[in-house]
Design a protein around this ligand. Structure first.
Ligand SMILES: Nc1ncnc2c1ncn2[C@@H]1O[C@H](COP(=O)(O)OP(=O)(O)OP(=O)(O)O)[C@@H](O)[C@H]1O
Ligand SMILES: [Mg+2]
Length: 268
């Protein structure tokens, strides 16, 4: 009886954690072919924290985010955002995909890309008013791109585009920010600008989840880590989970010796 009760309490505590979590993933399995790209992954994101998703190329990081958002259909698994389905919580979520996946063939001005982030406020047929434009410009200013408002998005460098996508995410005024490699291919100044914006979101009580590759900055940038290689390897606060042992388990032999050495300083 007491064991049953303990189990029940454990279950309800788990349920409560899931309902309060900005993003809770359960039993997520995704397969593009024979072999699953993501297998039976559970993830409970801590509210108000910055979480890094870390793992080698092809580990399923982007796939996990896309499946959690319903962009691709999983074989199995569920995800909830603040306890409800993603479909019901769209307005709470801002997602910045991995850069290579965005193709700008048609001409769109930077300001219009940012305005797309405002559509929840505008409604599909809503009129763009001066204060909307001002809001979009303000978001551009926060990422240092205010001077590029009327430029075509396709005519920006990769790092500048990345900043504009962050500005669009800011315009959404979401509570959960999901970013797939926001620092990929950007210079040190842009990286600093982006991390400052993400930290200010976190300090304002928002939740930030980012796929991140640079192991040397994990402890400086993030509160929590989620290590994945098709399956979840470890999850929790950086101080507890970002260890040599867990990184070995995540990367296996794919972490070069030099990389391991530089990590000795960075990890717990
Ligand atoms: N559209 C697709 N069709 C078929 N296979 C895919 C597709 N997208 C991804 N994959 C495969 O699924 C696996 C996981 O890919 P995913 O993009 O999620 O990895 P990732 O961890 O984000 O890697 P990276 O660090 O390189 O971005 C890889 O083996 C990849 O080749
Ligand atoms: Mg990826």
């Amino acid at each position: 009886m007491s064991i049953e009760l303990a189990t029940l309490n454990g279950q309800s505590a788990d349920r409560a954690a899931r309902d309060q979590s900005p993003l809770a993933i359960r039993g997520m399995t995704v397969s593009y072919g024979q072999k699953p790209a993501v297998f039976s992954v559970d993830m409970t994101v801590r509210p108000g924290a910055m979480t890094a998703i870390i793992g080698p190329n092809g580990a399923g990081k982007s796939t996990l985010l896309k499946a959690a958002l319903g962009i691709i259909t999983p074989l199995a698994g569920t995800s909830t955002v603040f306890g409800k389905t993603v479909a019901r919580q769209r307005d709470w979520i801002a997602y910045v995909p991995q850069r290579a996946s965005v193709d700008w063939d048609f001409p769109t001005r930077v300001i219009d890309v940012v305005m797309m982030g405002l559509y929840a406020q505008l409604g599909l047929l809503g009129r763009v008013r001066a204060h909307h434009r001002a809001q979009a410009l303000d978001c551009l200013a926060r990422v240092g791109m205010q001077d590029f408002a009327t430029r075509q998005i396709g005519q920006l460098s990769g790092g500048q585009q990345q900043r504009v996508f962050l500005a669009r995410a800011l315009a959404q005024q979401a509570d959960l920010y999901l970013l797939d490699e926001p620092f990929a291919g950007v210079d040190a100044a842009t990286e600093k600008a982006i991390i400052d914006v993400l930290k200010s979101l976190r300090d304002a009580g928002k939740t930030v989840v980012a796929v991140h590759h640079d192991l040397s900055t994990v402890a400086e940038y993030f509160d929590d880590v989620f290590l994945i290689n098709t399956q979840a390897v470890a999850a929790g606060p950086v101080a507890d989970v970002f260890t040599q042992e867990n990184l070995q388990a995540t990367y296996g032999g794919r972490l070069a010796g030099a990389q391991m050495d530089s990590l000795s300083a960075a990890t717990a």
